[in-house]
Design a protein around this ligand. Sequence first.
Ligand SMILES: Cc1cc2nc3c(=O)[nH]c(=O)nc-3n(C[C@H](O)[C@H](O)[C@H](O)COP(=O)(O)OP(=O)(O)OC[C@H]3O[C@@H](n4cnc5c(N)ncnc54)[C@H](O)[C@@H]3O)c2cc1C
Length: 316
Amino acid sequence: MKMPDPDPSILARREEIAGNLRKIVPGEGVILSSQELRVYESDGLTAYRQPPLMAVLPENTEQVSQVLRYCHEEGVKVVPRGSGTSLSGGALPVADAILLCMGKFNQVLEIDYDNRCTVVQPGVTNLGITKSVEGEGFYYAPDPSSQIACSIGGNVAENAGGVHCLKYGLTTNNLLGIEMVLIDGTILRFGGKHLDSAGYDLLGLMTGSEGLLGVVTEVTVRILPKPETARALLLGFPTSEEGGDCVAAIISDGIIPGGMEMMDKPAIQAAEAFVNAGYPLDVEALLIVELDGPQAEVDYLIDRVSDIAEKSGAVT
Ligand SMILES: Cc1cc2nc3c(=O)[nH]c(=O)nc-3n(C[C@H](O)[C@H](O)[C@H](O)COP(=O)(O)OP(=O)(O)OC[C@H]3O[C@@H](n4cnc5c(N)ncnc54)[C@H](O)[C@@H]3O)c2cc1C
């Protein structure tokens, strides 16, 4: 991919810009050396690589505000970055832009079990939120496969979701409030510790905006009590169409599984060769249906889904 041509006047002012940003983020907060910038030259979409003008690692909201205001006034572009796992090139640097890395915003600020929410800095990992509350039997529901590494700030910017989102929603359905900074340095707060704040849905606007509208500096999300139990059904079908029909039949029966994923034959073979999970290799499609909730409800749903699967042509 051809990256945009950089503005030569910005490249020529690199040292001056770095000097001014170091006054805002002192110490090792501004990275200029080409060796150190190598780790920032791409995100999860590794086919594209481009070192940024420099990387800036602020430690608090006031520094973010001053960095953005300076860049805005000086005409310097800014690309925010969380953990850099985006597969859409969202955190891909540009040669004449600073990369604003939010990794130092890594603290859980408050856990409010009474209101079932937690307030965290944007660099906290998705799994880190669950880890911080699981001792009390709670968890954070949206679970992208990258949850061990991706940041909650990146989740907000990409509206990330995972296998449990059919029942529990994407980031947008679990986000209660944010603090964010506009490109002119203005610090704003939307939402709070409750769903559906009055007024325009500015949280919804920010969710999925890929860092283009501002930099998120604090996030409040819902936490949920862990389900009493969870069980999974592994269903094999002679054709992918029958597997797909089974999905439609489960949903049209009014059942919302905690998770539901389908693999076709090449995916089954690849997964089995890698993890030796014991998947049947003689079917064309596998459907994994996870049911969670109170024990009695899960027992009932397991029977119900088994019946539906049999009628849809399941062979295992
Ligand atoms: C192996 C793998 C599996 C994945 N599985 C899933 C999955 O199941 N579901 C899913 O939805 N995604 C998945 N992803 C994609 C990715 O992990 C998510 O999009 C995640 O939300 C990105 O978070 P991040 O912290 O890495 O953000 P980055 O990659 O650093 O940035 C992503 C975007 O967010 C912006 N951004 C980051 N932090 C902030 C901030 N504080 N304020 C404003 N903007 C910000 C960036 O500018 C960029 O546009 C996967 C990626 C990998 C590599």
